[in-house]
Design a binder for this molecule. Structure first.
Ligand code: HEM
Length: 432
């Protein structure tokens, strides 16, 4: 897979180093040795483009929210929250504080400007576990669930009329085993970073700031190993995952003039927590596994082809006249040619949540303690009605992968456009 990340994260800026040099700087300034460079100007300096480690910083403000087209980081922490705020002004206050906090944390700064100036008599609000760590390409992507607009029939914030037409409810799909406490939510936050502690810290701070306005509904951590600049990472089924990418973000990812102003430059996120019966998968021979996906396990090349980047030979037949890529192979069902020209931007992460008692869905219907591991599938699209919904509608019925994959949670969230400096996320929705 071609990695689109433009930045490399060396040398790394650490908050610890900054605090150290800040102390030294005080005495330097006392000696009247001149103005410090940005790198020596204290914690705030991390936001400066020429600070060391700035290359590990992903810009927060901009036309689009970061974390969508951003080259995929290694870790994610996803949270969905239920709003408890009584009125629209409280939601606006939350969005303002989230916007400021997200801008600071992605720049490698603690949420509260006072953090670092430790005073044993004060409560330091930022929990501090990211102090000393690199900004790690942290991105924080914030979304709105259907419950922001209408919940249990109530238009709590006077926004019902502003729910975009494209923001439909996801239907129930064949085989869905959605767990209520892992599904839905009025708000979503996806933090992605190359360091899991940085990603968790970001979510933890935003949840803390939301104490009076929202409560956690579900969370999911995920990871993606390997160096994507060298090769496409493998998922827990051992296959390269992320080979096929969206060909045109304007056409397939970003909402355009077809959406309300606050969504123009935004997107729709579908998250699905997909449990994979990896024990069952491990009992299959590699040939069968390859048929399931339609790609080869080692190289990632389509079956019958030599290279990972080769096009899928969807018309090719084998010597018996059967399709080389089976009719119900996963890649055929996901391919643009099978989906009326639709494409989605996938940005998923593996997850591993220990083990639990489970009854397998396929013969021999084994019941055992099995890994609760799989994929936090995340995809972005301009319109779910042409993207995920019809694509998964078909997959959920015939995909060979269904023998191993069970959808247990997730949601659909409207991701508003990015914020310009001085604005807060979603401003054009709340103040329209
Ligand atoms: C356990 C769940 C899943 C696993 C392990 C999985 C894995 C894979 C793998 C290994 C590939 C081939 C390599 C690549 O192009 O990245 C692939 C392709 C793809 N998958 Fe999935 N996937 C899962 C679920 C889904 C779901 C739910 C959707 C959407 C409804 C989806 C959509 C796609 C698409 C669009 C492609 C590219 C097809 C093409 O080559 O044109 N996948 N997936």
């Amino acid at each position: 897979m071609k990695d689109v990340r433009e930045t490399k994260d060396a040398p790394r800026l650490t908050r610890g180093r900054l605090f150290g040099v800040t102390a030294a700087l005080g005495s330097t300034l006392g000696l009247g040795l001149g103005k410090p460079s940005a790198a020596f100007a204290g914690p705030e300096a991390a936001a400066s483009a020429d600070a060391p480690g700035a290359s590990a910083i992903e810009a927060f403000y901009g036309e689009y929210q970061a974390g969508i087209l951003t080259a995929q980081q290694r870790h994610t922490y996803f949270v969905a929250l239920d709003l408890t705020a009584g009125k629209r002004a409280d939601v606006i206050a939350l969005m303002k504080s989230w916007t400021d906090a997200a801008a600071r944390m992605t720049a490698g700064l603690p949420v509260d400007p006072v953090a670092g100036a430790y005073d044993a008599t004060k409560t330091i609000e930022d929990s501090g576990e990211a102090l000393g760590l690199s900004p790690s390409h942290l991105t924080i992507t914030i979304g709105f669930g259907a419950g922001l607009f209408v919940k249990d029939g109530a238009d709590r914030y006077g926004l019902a009329k502003r729910r975009p037409k494209a923001f439909v409810d996801l239907p129930r799909f064949n085989g869905d085993q959605m767990i209520e406490t892992k599904t839905g939510g009025d708000l979503s936050v996806q933090a992605c970073a190359d360091d899991p502690q940085v990603a968790f810290h970001a979510v933890r701070q935003l949840v803390r700031l939301a104490a009076d306005a929202a409560t956690v509904r579900w969370v999911q951590a995920g990871f993606r190993s390997g160096d994507p600049t060298k090769e496409t990472p493998r998922n827990l089924m051992g296959f390269r995952d992320g080979t096929q990418t969206v060909s045109d973000a304007h056409r397939y990812v970003w909402v355009g003039s077809d959406g309300p102003r606050w969504m123009q430059g935004g997107s729709y996120l579908v998250a699905r927590r997909i449990r994979i019966a990896i024990e069952h998968w491990d009992r299959m021979n590699v040939g069968f596994q390859e048929q399931t996906f339609g790609r080869q396990k080692q190289s990632g090349a389509p079956i019958g082809m030599a290279h990972e980047s080769d096009a899928l030979p969807l018309q090719a037949l084998d010597k018996d006249g059967n399709p080389v890529i089976a009719e119900n192979a996963h890649v055929r069902l996901g391919n643009v040619s099978t989906n009326n020209g639709a494409q989605i931007l996938r940005r998923g992460y593996s997850y591993n949540d220990g083990a639990s008692l489970v009854a397998e869905r396929w013969p021999p219907w084994r019941q055992a303690m099995e890994y609760d591991a799989g994929l936090l599938f995340v995809c972005y699209q301009r319109d779910p009605a042409t993207g995920f919904i019809p694509m998964f509608e078909q997959m959920s019925k015939i995909d060979m992968l269904n023998q191993f994959a069970t959808h247990t949670g997730g949601g659909l969230f409207a991701i508003p456009a990015g914020a310009a400096r001085g604005e807060y996320l979603g401003q054009h929705l709340f103040e329209a």
